[in-house]
Design a protein around this ligand. Structure first.
Ligand code: ZN
Length: 505
C-alpha cells in the first residue's frame, strides 16, 4: 500500500484511543486488570476497523515493563519496540503469505523457546483463515498444549473459514464496522492536527464511502492531500476515485421511472463508454437509490453529499414501494456481479427489471385479490392489457373446476364459500365422472357442501359427477399462495416469463 503514513501515524496506541470497539477493549482491559490472560484470541471483523491495532496494544499490555497492565506506557523499551515493529518476541505473521504447513512448523519450533526479553511471546497471525488445513492442524497441536509464555492473537475477516477446532480454543472478539459518524469524528481530528484543507462535504463523502473502515478513510485523505495542494473538494474526490457523477444516475433512473427501455440501454452504454469501474458504478447506484428513498421518506440524511432539487423532484415522481423494490434489485445486482463475467448484460437486465416493477406490483395485487376470494380476475379499467375473460370451452380439468367455483361464488356464503376458495383442483376424470379436490388448508366441510358442489357441476355439465375432497398430508404452500385460479392467467404467464417463477409465486 503506497499511502500508509497517516494511517500509521494515527494508529491507536492505547485501548482508549481505539475508535468504535469499546465492547472489545473494555473486556480486554478488565481481563488484564485481573491478570486473566488467554492463550489464544480470535479477533473477527471487517477490514480496516482496528483488529491488528488492538492486537498490538494487547501485546504491549502483556509485555510492558510496568507489568501486565490495561494501560501500557508506550514509553518503555518493550512498548516502543512493539510500536515500531521490531520486537523479537512479538511476531506478526500474514496468514495469506505464510499459509503452508512449513511456515507453521517453523512457528511451532519458535514457540518452544522462551521469549528473548519479554514476558510473553506473542504471535499475531493476520488473515488466519487463509492457512491450509495442514497448517491449521499443526497449529492446533500447539493450541492443545500451549506453553505458558505464548499468546496467539488471530485476526480474520472471515471467521466462518476458521476450523471449529481452532475456534473453540480461542477467546473470540467480534469487531464491528465503524459508523460514518465515528469515522467523520476521527477524520476531523486528523484534519485539525495535520492542518489539512478540505471542505465539509468532501470529508462527509470520504467518511461515508469508507463503509465502516477507518483505515480506508485515512488512506483516502492521504491520497487526496498528495493530489492537490488546494482545499480538497468533492470534485477532487470524484477525479481521484472515479466516482460516477450523479447526473448519470439521474438520467438512468429517469429512464427507469419513465419505463423507457431505450433510454436505459443508452444511459448504460454511456456509463460503459466512460470506462467507469463496474463495481463502483453499482455501489454508486445503491447509494443513489438510497438517497432517493430517504428523500421520498423525508428523512434527513446527515451525510447527504449534496442537496439536490433534482433528487427531490425525482423522488416525488415515484412511490416508496417502487424505490424499495429498486433498491432491492440494485443490491441483488451487486451480489450477482461477484460471480459472473457477462456483467454488462446483467446490469442492463436488472435496470430493465427495475423499470418493470410497477407491472409486477400489479400482478401481485391480482394474486392477493384472488386470495381474498375475488370471483374473477380482471384488470381495472384504463390499465394496459386487460386480460381476456377465461374462455368457457372446453370444460374439462381445471377449467371445469374454475367454472364450478365461479358459479358457486356467485351466491354461496359462509362455510361453502370458504371451502370453495380454499380447496385446490387435483384432477377430473371424465370417464369415471369424478372431480378430485384437495384441501391443503384443512377447511372444515360437510356432506351438504359436497352435495351443493355436485349439484352446481351437474347444472354446468348436464350430467352427474362425484366430488371428493381429500386433505393432503403435505401442505401445498405455493398453490395456496398464488390461488390456483391465477395459474395460466395471461398476466401471470407474462410475468413468469419476464421475472422467472420464483419472483412471482
Ligand atoms: Zn511500556
Amino acid at each position: 500500500m503506497a499511502y500508509i503514513v497517516l494511517a500509521r501515524k494515527y494508529r491507536p496506541q492505547t485501548f482508549e484511543e481505539v475508535v468504535g470497539q469499546e465492547h472489545v477493549t473494555r473486556t480486554l482491559k478488565n481481563a488484564l486488570k485481573e491478570g486473566k490472560i488467554g492463550h489464544a484470541y480470535l479477533f473477527a471483523g471487517p477490514r480496516g476497523v482496528g483488529k491488528t491495532s488492538v492486537a498490538r496494544i494487547l501485546a504491549k499490555a502483556l509485555n510492558c515493563e510496568k507489568g501486565i497492565t490495561p494501560e501500557p506506557c508506550n514509553k518503555c523499551e518493550r512498548c516502543r519496540e512493539i510500536t515500531e515493529g521490531r520486537s523479537v518476541d512479538v511476531l506478526e505473521i500474514d496468514g495469506a503469505s505464510n499459509r503452508r504447513i512449513e511456515e507453521i512448523r517453523n512457528l511451532r519450533e519458535g514457540v518452544g523457546y522462551a521469549p528473548a526479553n519479554s514476558r510473553y511471546k506473542v504471535y499475531i497471525i493476520d488473515e488466519v483463515h487463509m492457512l491450509t488445513n495442514e497448517a491449521f492442524n499443526a497449529l492446533l497441536k500447539t493450541l492443545e498444549e500451549p506453553p505458558p509464555h505464548v499468546v496467539f492473537i488471530f485476526a480474520t475477516t472471515e471467521p466462518h473459514r476458521v476450523p471449529a477446532t481452532i475456534m473453540s480454543r480461542c477467546q473470540r472478539f467480534d469487531f464491528r464496522k465503524l459508523t460514518t459518524g465515528e469515522i467523520l469524528k476521527r477524520l476531523k481530528e486528523i484534519k485539525e492536527k495535520e492542518g489539512i484543507k478540505i471542505t465539509d462535504e468532501a470529508l462527509n463523502l470520504i467518511a461515508y464511502r469508507a463503509d465502516g473502515a477507518l483505515r480506508d478513510a485515512e488512506v483516502a485523505i492521504e491520497q487526496l492531500t498528495a493530489y492537490t495542494e488546494d482545499e480538497i473538494s468533492l470534485q477532487d474526490i470524484k477525479e481521484v476515485f472515479g466516482f460516477i457523477d450523479k447526473s448519470f444516475y439521474i438520467e438512468l433512473i429517469k429512464g427507469v421511472i419513465e419505463q423507457d427501455d431505450r433510454k436505459i440501454i443508452s444511459e448504460i452504454e454511456n456509463i460503459f463508454e466512460q470506462g467507469f469501474d463496474l463495481k463502483e458504478f453499482v455501489v454508486g447506484l445503491i447509494d443513489f437509490l438510497r438517497e432517493l428513498l430517504l428523500s421520498r421518506l423525508d428523512v434527513k440524511n446527515p451525510f447527504s453529499i449534496e442537496e439536490d432539487p433534482e433528487i427531490k423532484r425525482m423522488a416525488g415522481s415515484t412511490d416508496e414501494d417502487n424505490l424499495v423494490a429498486m433498491l432491492n434489485l440494485a443490491v441483488e445486482l451487486e451480489r450477482s456481479l461477484r460471480y459472473i463475467n457477462y456483467s454488462r448484460a446483467m446490469v442492463e437486465l436488472y435496470l430493465l427489471k427495475m423499470a418493470r416493477i410497477p407491472y409486477i406490483k400489479k400482478v401481485s395485487e391480482l394474486i392477493s385479490g384472488a386470495e381474498k376470494g375475488t370471483p374473477s380476475v380482471e384488470a381495472k379499467k384504463g390499465e394496459p392489457e386487460p386480460p381476456p375473460r377465461i374462455e368457457e370451452e372446453p370444460l374439462t380439468g381445471e377449467k371445469l373446476w374454475e367454472r364450478i367455483k365461479e358459479e358457486i361464488l356467485k351466491k354461496a356464503s359462509g362455510g361453502l364459500r370458504t371451502l370453495v376458495n380454499s380447496v385446490v383442483f387435483e384432477n377430473f376424470d371424465k370417464n369415471e365422472k369424478r372431480l378430485l379436490l384437495s384441501n391443503p388448508r384443512k377447511t372444515a366441510h360437510t356432506d351438504e357442501h359436497i352435495f351443493q358442489i355436485e349439484s352446481v357441476a351437474k347444472d354446468i355439465l348436464g350430467y352427474e359427477i362425484r366430488v371428493s375432497i381429500t386433505t393432503p398430508v403435505q401442505e401445498q404452500k405455493r398453490d395456496e399462495r398464488i390461488g390456483k385460479g391465477l395459474i395460466g392467467h395471461p398476466l401471470v404467464n407474462k410475468a413468469v416469463k419476464l421475472f422467472g417463477v420464483e419472483d412471482i409465486y
